[in-house]
Design a protein around this ligand. Sequence first.
Ligand code: NAD
Length: 462
Amino acid sequence: MGNGLSEGVAGQEGPGLSAVALRVHYPAVRTTVHRTTTQGETAVPGSAKTILQTSLHNLQQSAERLDLDPSMRERLARPRERTEISINPLLPDGRVVNLPAYVVLHNDALGPAKGGIRMTPDVTLDDVTGLAMEMTWKTSLVGVPFGGGKSAVQFDPGASDPRAKETIIRSFTRAALRHIGPEVYVPAPDMGTNEADMAHIRDCIAYSASASITRGCYVTGKPVILGGILGRREATGKGVVYTIRAACERLGLSPVDLRVAVQGFGNVGSVAALEIAACGARIVGVADLTGGIAAPVGIDVHDLGEHVRRTGGVRGFPGATAVDAREILEVDCDVLIPAAAGSQITEANAERIKARIVAEGANAPTTPEADEVLKRRGVLVIPDILCNAGGVFVSYLEYTQETQREQMPRQEVERRLEERMRDRLKLVWDATAEKGLTMRETAMDIAVGRVVEAILARGLLP
Ligand code: NAD
């Protein structure tokens, strides 16, 4: 069937970068400074690809299409810095815990590394490396002057009290301080972290400098009272819905006809569900770590939000049928929004996905094998580096706001977010229709192409 663009608009301006332009001479230089160890070799044979393996696969495919020089491929495949840190916070209950933490700065050709801090019990250094690479392509595609980075603490925040989490975040910030800064790496919230954590990071850095404020923006996604921007918390989820709506307009679908399933009901999933329900769509299934719920007649997302605040998860929501959390990916729906962990749509379940559109709110939710299946079945995948780029776009607005010290009005933030998401969707859609690729392939080619262009423009000598 192909790329799922049955009514694509062809003939618009493409990525503005031909493969020929990239076939410039790039001397083969052996890289010796990188602290890279594994490159995604850790998955058990036969199991789903890891996030890093998926990221490397997508890069490799794009490098082929763009005909990149081998040493440029190697340069893009390796992070500039890949650091493991051991932190040892003293928790309020008197325990000292030893936690692994990671910081990966993948590429800074377009600007300082940007990317969230993940706090989950099973995150690995390889995951963080793959996610940092994703950020390089995402910032490039959405057109903000940042590179790609990511960091993480291996800890389950759901199982701890807020004071313990604050201690851990402060401990991480102190240990990782030399990697963080407005010109180096600017973190933001990701899975398991939120604006309260960003406030503690900001406070910890200002405290270390014996100052009330920091020079420039060290972290985004802060509370508004501390220099955060209005609308950052909702930006990723809203951005997901802007891309879905723009794609539906091109496919001749109206939001009121859409049945939507959402995996993950945290920051991204809950906002995306609320936003698309506000457009008239019906939410027919939701899952989180507590389980899944399905209701073909529709779920009231406001009531579900209340239920989650009260009980800690979607399980037990009145009026819906309990289903296995993974089954949510396979429920009968028109749009599936994976908004939880990576590597969820795999060769094991891709054949059973019923959605016509998969809108990747999560990072790297689809493995390359599943991508092939979805492509063959004509499912339109709005790729993560486009679909969930709203968060980093509004983080960029927060970054610029920090130096001006003047609050940008919410309406202005939302207008610019919608405009940018629609513009990028159009750019990718048109090039996809023209080239007969998938949206992921086109998005990757535009993003990787811009990073290569920046590397070459900066020059090859130190
Ligand atoms: P979050 O911690 O706020 O919420 C995560 C949600 O996913 C929770 O409801 C959790 O219960 C659920 N979940 C986790 N594992 C699951 C599983 N295996 N099955 C079902 N549900 C599961 O995280 P978030 O900030 O909403 O991030 C979600 C995804 O979106 C991540 O992949 C993240 O990298 C990506 N993302 C987040 C942002 C952002 O601004 N927060 C920006 C871009 C991308």
